[in-house]
Design a protein around this ligand. Structure first.
Ligand code: PLP
Length: 381
């Protein structure tokens, strides 16, 4: 089978890992890879168009999340945004304190940034979650100390899709004048996210999760925050994040996000319908499984744990049928150990090892879901 035939055959339902590039974004990126290749920092005429494009992309993105234009900083993606938000606050000369609060279910970009800070004499509290993956406001309240400088809690979980009650958690942080960062990598472009309504201080996003190109993203930094820069150099991004801008990717990210936001309600409703259809079909089988997460979840993310099944083997058997899902989180696909999220929500051992994540997007259809249910029944049943 050649590559084209293979691509036509596969059923891609791992959209929480990455998404297909939006066609409009692809087309609008091309000129900046070809004729308009100038460096946006250049002082001559040829630099004007790429500089204009980067500026326009910043305005579009700011609009999509309710931010001011000067609060959007381009980065290389979610990992860098998380690292910058956490380390940049910890080492800031304005925001002082040696204690950070986060959760046990964060992405490793957050967890490992916190781990690094532990080696630099910071203290980290990792809040537990309930069986739905939710943080309790009481737990947050009682973890706060005099020297807490930052609270970092994700908006939506990448493995089980749980959406946290960020607004309530931010309110607690602000009662104590503590900065609040949210990793919104799974949320931006999929559900409505407005930084002013959430009253958030720092927010991470990544283009390839919302049909933009890989290797680009942004960090929203509210005007009241002063972060230390991670990357020093040529003073791009207002002197806060040096490095020549990835112009084509930045343009593609803005086009993709705008397209998703303009079609948000329609796409959310469709993906939600697909999810309900799939779960309904699955419930009509004899399979023994549990659905992880909570009611208030990302529209397309489904975490299933099958009884007495090896999740990794199941993933490979589905792959042989052309169905692309992931075990736990694809961001640590090299790690075959039980996911820290599945552990934190306390999934019963006989189910936990049989966990797979199916993440649907607006590019999927009902027929594909029929085939997945049929295949799961054949493989496990
Ligand atoms: N945060 C979350 C919640 C994610 O799901 C991911 C990637 O899956 C990241 C951060 C890292 O983003 P990136 O792949 O852009 O580095």
């Amino acid at each position: 089978m050649n590559k084209g035939e293979y691509m036509k055959k596969i059923i891609y339902v791992d959209n929480a890992a990455t998404t297909a590039l939006n066609e409009k974004a692809y087309n609008e990126m091309i000129p900046y890879l070809r004729e308009d290749f100038g460096n946006p920092s250049g002082l001559y005429t040829f630099a004007r168009e790429p500089r204009r494009a980067v500026n326009e992309a910043r305005s579009i993105i700011a609009n999509c999340i309710g931010a001011e234009k000067n609060e959007v900083y381009f980065t290389s993606g979610g990992t860098e945004s998380d690292n910058w938000a956490i380390k940049g606050t910890a080492f800031s000369s304005k925001h002082k304190g040696k204690h950070i609060i986060t959760t046990q279910i964060e992405h490793h970009a957050v967890l490992n940034s916190c781990k690094f800070l532990e080696s630099q004499e910071f203290q980290i509290t990792y809040l537990p979650v309930d069986e739905e993956g939710l943080i309790s406001t009481e737990d947050l309240q009682s973890a706060i100390r005099n020297d807490t400088v930052l609270i970092s809690i994700m908006l939506a979980n990448n493995e089980i899709g749980t959406i946290e009650n960020i607004k309530d958690l931010v309110e607690i942080a602000h009662n104590y004048s503590i900065l609040f960062h949210t990793d919104a990598v799974q949320a931006v472009g999929h559900i409505g996210v407005n930084v002013k309504k959430l009253n958030i201080d720092l927010l991470s996003a990544s283009a390839h999760k919302f049909n933009g190109p890989k290797g680009t993203g942004f960090l929203y930094i509210s005007n009241k925050c002063e972060l230390t820069e991670l990357l020093s150099g040529g003073e791009q991004e207002n002197g806060k994040r040096s490095g020549t801008e990835n112009v084509a990717a930045i343009v593609g990210m803005a086009v993709a996000l705008k397209d998703n936001i303009e079609n948000l309600t329609e796409r959310m409703n469709y993906v939600q319908k697909l999810k309900s259809y799939f779960l309904d079909k699955l419930s009509q089988t004899q399979l023994n499984y549990i659905v992880n997460g909570c009611k208030n979840a990302l529209p397309g993310t489904i975490s299933l744990s099958f009884k007495n099944v090896n999740g990794e083997a199941l993933m490979h058997r589905l792959d042989l049928k052309g169905i692309e899902v992931s075990t736990g989180s694809a961001c640590d696909s090299h790690n075959t150990q039980l996911s820290h999220v599945i552990k934190a929500i306390n999934v019963d051992k006989i189910y936990a090892n049989g966990t797979i994540r199916i993440s649907i997007s607006h590019t999927n259809d009902f027929k594909e879901l029929d085939f997945i249910v049929e295949s799961l029944t054949k493989i496990i049943g």
